[in-house]
Design a binder for this molecule. Structure first.
Ligand code: NAD
Length: 379
């Protein structure tokens, strides 16, 4: 068995750890950050949790807040123009996965080529990039710990996966107290995103003993707390468990891979603007059922760790409980079907073949325990 492991050089974890952001920069000799965030972080004042400690350390952070959910190459290029107007030595991605991914993409382009498309998988974006310090404010994507960024091509409408060391943050700050204000819908969607990272990493054909340990720890935290955090947004124990689970899951899939759920989810996000976690949730039960027979022991162990099956259940019982448990979870979290979410049936039909082709081209479905053909993806 041979594999490669990657992780940020430093991860600060814990409630209130955002207060150490200036010290993290100083550890690496950095002092001139451009903070990449979204308009809500500015209007809600949350970004001050990041700016105040930097200013207290006599740094003068500048804010670029024009990121959008599911970021596009157009937004990345706008950020790049701001970056080039100043003498910045690092980027701080502060927000959900969208601002963090935007910061990563800007960091890659800053020291590389002009166009995001040039870095799309199967290209490996391993070249030097500007340092990124990632601070998540959602418990979901794990982007703070991954070697990926996901950027939509505004013209072609394709959600491009960019992978490589250039997209790996130098450091991350994982502070669950930043997530108390996340509304229930986003809490549920991002939580299912984290759960699907852990599950897909664990059943991936590229799983290894390190990613397994991380994925199992992630499932043990997310499983018991996902419903709680949806119902009780101020529950600190639940917020903390979800944040740890999301980062663990990020490290897990960054060192294994995601699989069919993510491969199919990206085109749905690109063509119909369904938030990433929600399109994962829509797919998770059916895609899991599709793969069960190809890796029953793995799916069964996942079911036990998440809490859908008892430790004493045998593999057949436990893996069946996994599929049932995911359906029930979606019901409890109010996950709609694509149709109920408002996607037009004719537009959906028209895009199916293209979406199936794009899913397969991303490479993620090839990591699934059962690898689908285009007709199976469409079905
Ligand atoms: P997001 O960053 O798009 O944020 C969703 C919404 O939540 C936004 O309106 C935002 O303002 C709001 N929000 C964020 N933090 C909040 C807080 N603390 N309080 C209140 N509101 C808050 O959502 P996301 O799910 O975190 O990120 C999705 C993006 O991440 C997608 O583009 C997806 O493709 C990408 N992604 C990347 C990776 C990776 O490894 N790079 C992995 C999975 C997903």
């Amino acid at each position: 068995m041979a594999f490669t492991l990657v992780a940020p050089r430093l991860i600060e974890v814990g409630g209130g750890s955002i207060a150490r952001i200036a010290a993290v920069l100083q550890t690496f000799g950095l002092s001139r950050p451009l903070v990449v965030t979204d308009p809500f972080m500015v209007s809600s004042g949350l970004v001050r949790c990041c700016l105040d400690p930097l200013r207290a350390a006599r740094m003068r952070p500048v804010v670029f807040s024009d990121t959008i959910p599911e970021p596009t190459d157009t937004v990345v290029e706008a950020g790049l123009r701001v970056l080039r107007q100043g003498e910045y030595d690092c980027l701080i991605g502060f927000g959900g996965g969208s601002p963090i991914d935007t910061a990563k993409a800007m960091a890659i382009l800053a020291l590389g080529q002009e166009k995001m498309r040039a870095y799309k998988v199967p290209f490996v974006a391993d070249h030097a990039a500007l340092p990124v310090i990632a601070v998540p404010t959602t418990a979901g994507t794990g982007s703070e710990a991954t070697r990926f960024t996901v950027i939509t091509d505004a013209e072609g409408g394709e959600k491009m996966l960019i992978a490589g060391l250039g997209a790996l943050p130098l450091a991350a700050i994982v502070d669950y107290e930043l997530t108390f204000s996340v509304p229930p819908r986003t809490t549920a969607d991002t939580g299912v995103d984290a759960l699907s990272h852990a599950l897909e990493a664990f059943v991936s054909r590229r799983a290894n003993p390190f990613s397994d340990a991380l994925a199992l720890q992630a499932m043990e935290r997310i499983g018991p707390y996902l419903r709680t955090v949806y119902r009780e947004p101020r529950n600190a124990a639940a917020r903390e468990a979800m944040m740890l689970g999301a980062s663990l899951a990020g490290l897990a899939f960054s060192n294994a891979s995601v699989a069919l759920v993510h491969g199919m989810s990206r085109p749905i996000g690109a063509h119909f603007h369904v938030p990433h976690g929600l399109s994962n949730a829509m797919l998770l039960p059916a895609v899991t059922r599709f793969g069960l027979a190809a890796a029953p022991a793995r799916y069964a162990e996942a079911a036990r760790r998440i809490g859908f099956a008892a430790p004493t259940d045998d593999d057949a019982v436990a893996s069946a409980r996994l599929a049932e448990g995911l359906v029930a979870l979606n019901q409890e979290l109010g996950v709609p079907t694509p149709r109920a979410w408002g996607i037009d049936a004719a537009a959906w039909e028209e895009k199916l073949e293209l979406m199936a082709a794009q899913a397969l081209a991303s490479g993620s479905p090839a990591n699934n325990p059962r690898v689908p053909d285009p007709a199976e993806i469409i079905a």
